[in-house]
Write a protein that binds this ligand. Structure first.
Ligand code: HEC
Length: 189
């Protein structure tokens, strides 16, 4: 009988240690990695966007984003050995459509923001043991030329350029400090 209990305990221990939950240490490591990747991606997109805005305003920057935002994030994905995605409940580019889990995270972040609490990145494992990092994307004043309220921060002309490229655009109407979406980073290892 005692032996049975002993084996049962061993089995339990093995099960617990094989549990796929991330350790606190791993969570910290991947939170840092995720933050670094999101910041580098934001910087790269911002630099290129600012250059285009300076060169030709929204009429040049919007088509640029349309063609280059995906290739830029795809290249960064290769560099960082991770899949880098930006997604939102109010999409502009349909290619950024959220997955089921991303939608849950978006809802959760919107809820936290409504409650006036601080948004923090999330690190977690999925059923396939892949590590994910999710972090909020909050709008700043300089984003509003293309994401703000039409006829206020977004000119009617800019809105028509956006609509010509994204007929189903949902990504205007925002104010400074609004939650625009999330970074969703999936690590390759
Ligand atoms: C010159 C216009 C312009 C400016 C300024 C701009 N965006 Fe965008 N944004 C776009 C376009 C066009 C897309 C769709 C192309 C893409 O990036 O996939 C987009 C897409 C996005 C997406 C992806 C989700 C979706 O709806 O497709 C996020 C997130 C985003 N923008 C956040 C921001 C933030 C944050 C800022 C300010 C730092 C900003 N944008 C400034 C034009 C702009």
């Amino acid at each position: 009988m005692e032996q049975k209990v002993f084996y049962l305990l061993i089995t339990l221990l093995v099960l617990i240690s094989c549990n796929s939950a991330l350790s606190e240490k791993d969570k910290e490591v991947y939170a840092l990695k995720g933050k670094e990747i999101a910041e580098a991606s934001f910087l790269e997109l911002s630099i290129q966007l600012t250059d285009q805005m300076k060169a030709g305003g929204p009429a040049q920057a919007i088509p640029f984003c349309n063609q280059k935002a995906m290739p830029i994030t795809n290249q960064l994905s290769e560099e960082f050995e991770a899949t880098i995605k930006r997604t939102s409940n109010n999409l502009r580019n349909q290619q950024n459509t959220p997955s089921k889990r991303e939608l849950e995270i978006l809802d959760e972040f919107h809820k936290i923001k409504l409650e006036g609490k601080q948004l923090k990145p999330i690190v977690e494992l999925d059923a396939d043991n892949k590590k994910h990092f999710y972090a909020p994307i909050v709008l700043k004043a300089n984003c509003l030329v293309c994401h703000g309220k039409v006829d206020e921060t977004v000119s009617v002309k800019t809105d028509s350029i956006i609509k010509s490229l994204y007929p189903n655009d949902k990504a205007t109407g925002y104010s400074d400090g609004d939650l625009r979406g999330i970074w969703s980073i999936t690590f390759k290892n």
